[in-house]
Design a protein around this ligand. Structure first.
Ligand code: ZN
Length: 327
């Protein structure tokens, strides 16, 4: 809407009409502003699709992290090993890598006696990934769920807001380019995390787990893909995604539905098949090549960002890059 038209509308109005129209105009300008894509995202998405990274937990375990250790605390105690994981994804061809901060909110850190360390752990985690990323790779700061349920009153909305604000501030201070809120099952918690992360003014994506219901297209709380996409888009997310959950095949219809439900960039990070317990250890029975084949289909269904969640590793990223470069 051009300025001259605005002035005309305003000059023809009575006072009450003036304020009503002023409100309308402001809303219009705000919504116009809000639908434009952030420069950081526009720049990466220009060369589509964007291959992200794979799982971090298993890679840290390969570096010596043991069950019960706090992976996020390794940013302070073993920064060299965390950097090795980040670098392994950069070397495999990831154009986006995350940070080792998935569980670095004060609610979860409290379990490890590290409640007061959230800011430092996130800031350091961000700096480690930025260092490994160099000039050409974009870093999304990872924010995972609190591990406590709002619905049952285990945690309050205010506690979550405080925890996610502190985490996002640490990530921003450490220099991340964007933030990804991931593996969310509760839409209310996801929205609280989104509002907190938006305080940094960085672009924020939100990725939910859709692995429930007969068609595996709902969150654990029963929220559909369409409901989640509408709510998150409304709340100002700059990208919407699905990650973790069931095996990669189930992400083909999930991506189709998500693509139809939003105009925003779609972020997809499936698990490497379904986990199986073999000789007491969790295994994912899918090869990097098979995973990459499904990833190709997921991109055809409309994913802009593609990577791997649990069970994936740099080999999966290499296989995806190889296949995508061929086609
Ligand atoms: Zn996962």
């Amino acid at each position: 809407m051009c300025f001259i038209v605005l002035v005309k509308i305003i000059s023809q109005s009575s006072q009450i009409e003036f304020w009503l129209k002023f409100h309308y105009i402001l809303t219009f300008i705000y919504s116009e502003h809000n639908t434009s894509m952030h420069n950081t995202i526009q720049k990466i998405i220009n060369s589509h699709p964007v291959v992200t990274d794979g799982a971090w937990g298993t890679q840290l375990q390969a570096q010596g992290l043991t069950q019960g250790d706090c992976p996020d605390a390794w940013n302070l105690t073993h920064p060299d090993r965390v950097e090795k994981v980040a670098k392994s994804y950069v070397d495999a061809g990831s154009r986006v890598i995350l940070t080792n901060t998935f569980g670095a909110n004060s609610v979860l850190l409290e379990k490890h006696g590290l409640k007061g360390k959230s800011l430092e752990i996130n800031k350091t985690g961000a700096a480690i990934s930025k260092k490994a990323a160099g000039e050409n790779v974009t870093v999304f700061g990872s924010i995972g769920p609190s591990g406590k349920m709002l619905l049952t009153g285990e945690v309050t909305a205010e506690q979550l807001r405080d925890a996610f604000s502190e985490q996002a501030a640490g990530l921003a201070e450490g220099g991340v380019d964007a933030i990804i809120i991931e593996t969310m099952a509760d839409l209310e918690e996801a929205k609280l995390a989104l509002a907190s992360a938006q305080e940094t003014r960085l672009p924020v994506f939100v990725s939910m787990v859709f692995d429930s219901g007969k068609d595996k297209d709902r969150t654990l709380m029963g929220i559909t893909i369409e409901e989640a996409a509408a709510a998150l888009e409304d709340a100002g997310a700059e990208g919407i995604g699905a990650n973790c959950g069931s095996g990669i095949e189930s992400y083909i219809p999930v991506t189709r539905k998500l693509r139809a439900a939003t105009k925003l960039p779609v972020w997809i990070k499936p698990n490497a098949g379904m986990p199986e317990i073999i000789d007491g250890t969790i295994r994912y029975n899918i090869s990097p090549e098979t995973f990459a084949g499904h990833a190709r289909t997921i991109i055809n269904e409309g994913a802009d960002f593609i990577g791997g969640c649990c069970g994936s590793n740099p080999e999966f990223i290499r296989a995806m890059r190889a296949l995508l470069e061929k086609s």
